[in-house]
Design a binder for this molecule. Structure first.
Ligand SMILES: Cc1cc2nc3c(=O)[nH]c(=O)nc-3n(C[C@H](O)[C@H](O)[C@H](O)COP(=O)(O)OP(=O)(O)OC[C@H]3O[C@@H](n4cnc5c(N)ncnc54)[C@H](O)[C@@H]3O)c2cc1C
Length: 424
């Protein structure tokens, strides 16, 4: 029996496994296996809305076994530690497994660019756990600021810094603004709106690269109006506990620095044989094959296709590459010519919080309320499954009528001085 393995239950991996399942339907002598350390697909475009309590965390994930439905592929929840390419084996946390063909789609991880203190003192924003923890952090700081009298302590607690002016950083800060100004400043009697400071630090001169200069300027104007400070040409050079240093000189006191500035390939991909680009992604040919190993395909955030070096690290690219890799597995087995991946820009949609978005699709550029409605419609449509669509639509509708939910559900209170726990 032959075995094709897909690693990673993200956008690229799930598309690849679904397509393999379909195109190999008649080949019962082939085992199709998906391995991932998480047993769900995370719909990352809605991740910023978790921090603002606008959407419920469970509503933006879908279990792999639910997505599988009646398909025949097998799923194994496991960590892939190493690809033993010469022996066609995967070393897993719980053993090893052989493959005949392999599609790697393990996504990416955060790159701190060797900034001193960044790894230890910043909040990451890539996973569901990151989002849930940041949400609780923000609420916890509001709870403390509400009764803290020392002005400098209050200032640090209510200053939130996002490093990185890409779409993740901008969508996140605007969601945080909605929560802090529309909810916290009205509900916590000890917090004034004028005390809340929100900052985005971007090392380059450009904000929101990819939406075009005109829309980026629009976005910047909107953020100004909303009271969000945008500082371009501001490289974070050090992060301390309680402060962030910019361009090696200025220091800003803050209790919360969120790092969205860079990504690099996962360790699994960096350890693969063959060439890599400067952020550790595997350099693959037009068919998405790894050099010297035609049975290994790499897709999504992990891959740098030589034919499309300009392709951004976004879900539509991962999905399209997953499709091409799945078809190429079959072509390879049948001795047919392989297909090439060609990148087609699909535009960009960026939400700037409640009621405002900027959209650049097929040369059409719009911003404002209708762009925001369009952003909502597209993301609702792209969510997998009617249940998730209804849950998220429900969250959004309730969010328009009722105040946000500020309950801290994960971390029970424990006295910092004596260790006495509250109700655990
Ligand atoms: C906050 C945020 C917002 C975003 N917003 C958008 C957006 O609005 N639009 C857009 O198009 N893109 C957006 N993106 C980018 C998009 O999520 C990625 O480009 C896309 O997920 C890449 O797909 P992938 O299949 O390569 O990897 P992923 O979707 O990241 O999936 C990788 C999977 O592999 C698993 N895995 C990793 N390592 C291992 C291992 N060693 N063993 C087993 N399993 C492993 C992971 O747990 C995960 O399930 C956003 C990303 C973030 C973080």
């Amino acid at each position: 029996m032959k075995r094709v393995v897909v690693v990673g239950a993200g956008f690229g991996g799930l598309q690849a496994i679904a397509d393999l399942d379909r195109i190999l339907r008649g080949d019962r002598g082939i085992e199709i296996l998906l391995i991932s350390d998480q047993n769900y697909l995370l719909f990352t475009p809605l991740l910023p809305q978790i921090a603002s309590s606008y959407t419920d965390p469970r509503h933006i994930v879908q279990a792999v076994r639910e997505i599988r439905g009646r398909r025949r592929f097998r799923f194994r929840r496991d960590v892939v530690c190493f690809v033993d390419a010469p022996n066609r084996r995967l070393v897993l946390e719980s053993g090893w497994i052989e493959y005949d063909s392999l599609i790697l789609a393990p996504g990416s991880r955060t790159d701190y660019f060797h900034t001193p203190g960044a790894r230890e003192n910043t909040w990451d924003y890539k996973s569901l756990q990151n989002a849930v923890e940041l949400r609780e952090r923000i609420i916890d700081l509001c709870e403390h600021a509400d009764h803290t009298e020392d002005p400098s302590e209050r200032r640090s607690m209510l200053t939130f810094v996002v490093v990185g002016g890409g779409y993740t950083g901008i969508e996140l800060i605007t969601e945080m603004r909605d929560f802090l100004f529309r909810y916290a400043a009205r509900t916590y009697r000890g917090i004034q709106a004028s005390e809340i400071r929100l900052l985005v630090l971007e090392a380059t001169q450009d904000l929101l690269r990819g939406v075009g200069p005109k829309l980026a300027a629009h976005a910047r104007k909107r953020l100004d109006v909303e009271g969000i400070e945008i500082r371009t040409s501001s490289r974070v050079t050090r992060v301390f506990e309680g402060a962030v240093e910019i361009n090696g000189s200025e220091t800003i006191a803050t209790d919360t620095v969120i790092w969205t500035a860079g990504v690099r390939a996962s360790e699994l991909i960096e350890s693969l044989p063959g060439p890599h680009d400067r952020i550790g992604r595997a350099l693959v040919n037009a068919h998405l094959e790894l050099e010297g190993y035609p049975e290994i395909f790499v897709v999504g955030d992990s891959a740098a296709a030589v034919t499309a070096p300009e392709a951004p690290r976004v879900a539509p690219v991962a999905i399209e590459q997953g499709r091409v890799a799945a078809r190429n597995v079959r072509h390879l087995w049948r001795g047919e010519p392989l297909e090439s991946f060609a990148y087609e820009a699909q535009g960009m949609l960026v939400s700037l919080g409640m009621n405002y978005a900027v959209v650049n699709i097929a040369g059409i550029k719009v911003s404002g309320y209708f762009a925001w409605l369009f952003w909502n419609a597209v993301h609702l449509y792209k969510l997998v499954g009617l249940k998730k669509q209804l849950q998220v639509a429900g969250d959004w509708a309730l969010g328009l009528i009722f105040p946000r939910d500020a309950a801290i559900v994960r971390s029970p209170r424990r006295c910092k001085l004596c260790g006495t726990a509250g109700k655990v």
